[in-house]
Design a protein around this ligand. Sequence first.
Ligand code: NAP
Ligand code: GLV
Length: 308
Amino acid sequence: MICLLCGDFDPGEEAAWQQALGSALAAALPQAQCWPLADVQAATAAQRAAVQVAFVANPPAGALQGLPGLRLVQSLWAGVDKLLADPTLPPDVPLARMVDPAMTAAMAETALWAVLALQRGFFTYAAQQRAGLWRPHAQRRAQDLCVTVLGQGEMGRAVSAVLARQGHAVQGWRRDGQALAPLLAASDVVVNLLPLTADTRGLINAGFLAQLPRGAALVNLARGAHVVDADLLAALDSGQLSHAVLDVFHTEPLPAGHAYWQHPRVTVLPHAAAFTDPRSAAPVAAANVQAMLAGRPLLGLVDRRRGY
Ligand code: NAP
Ligand code: GLV
């Protein structure tokens, strides 16, 4: 079996995936080979027809065309919004997203760090240090902050659990029709862990932000397009929002000169909340290949109509 391995990998990352996937597949499928996109594109028609699996991490649009034997697209990313936006994605091939407990644990760490720093004013102290300012502030307890976690999937549930253990009141929001307004009205911090879909794009806009108590904070760890940037900046400038921790952006890398870079109430992370780690994710991907071959249910099967 030939597997395509394709994505916008950093230097060295593709080799790490080749190695990790090779060893994860070896035990059950010793004949399996992972080919990079260039090799698949240069392959004969028979070789292309032998590609049954595609391991993809934000592949270029069109990368999965012309593979008549494709039986599984396994995303190495948890979010599949970019893949689903590619009109050439083969419509009938099952698509699985990455569900890796190590990635989920990393996300919980990031959310815990952000909420703890907001609770205790550590972002304010960092800014005060840059200004040479010695000014202690009131010390808030975890119980003093109610956190709303948008999305109660793999990531949202883990984040909610760690924040509840920390002592916060935690409210979760999912797609079950629960009204958002009362949750927002009670939120000191909102952590966004929604998938980017037609329903969630632009959700965090002026109307959303106005429903929060004055001085609340936002932690966006999901996708930049959930946020209307101009509305968020206006809320920060007016003091409606006290701080935003942003890991994800409309354009990544965040362009030089973007208002977020220098904004005193914004903390920027370079889409680093939770990376996929080949050491733990390759066995997850390999297990899904085996499940596909055996006709068993896939972990993280995407419902294309829902968009996640
Ligand atoms: P998931 O397991 O698919 O969970 C999605 C959750 O969002 C579910 O609870 C779902 O509700 C809810 N949801 C979907 N549409 C909704 C809507 N319109 N209204 C209310 N709730 C809605 O996804 P996940 O694994 O937790 O990942 C979430 C996102 O995190 C990914 O899509 C990705 O964009 C992002 N992510 C970011 C990083 C990073 O490094 N920054 C890393 C990994 C993932 P139901 O439970 O009712 O279905
Ligand atoms: C990262 O953002 C992912 O979706 O895995």
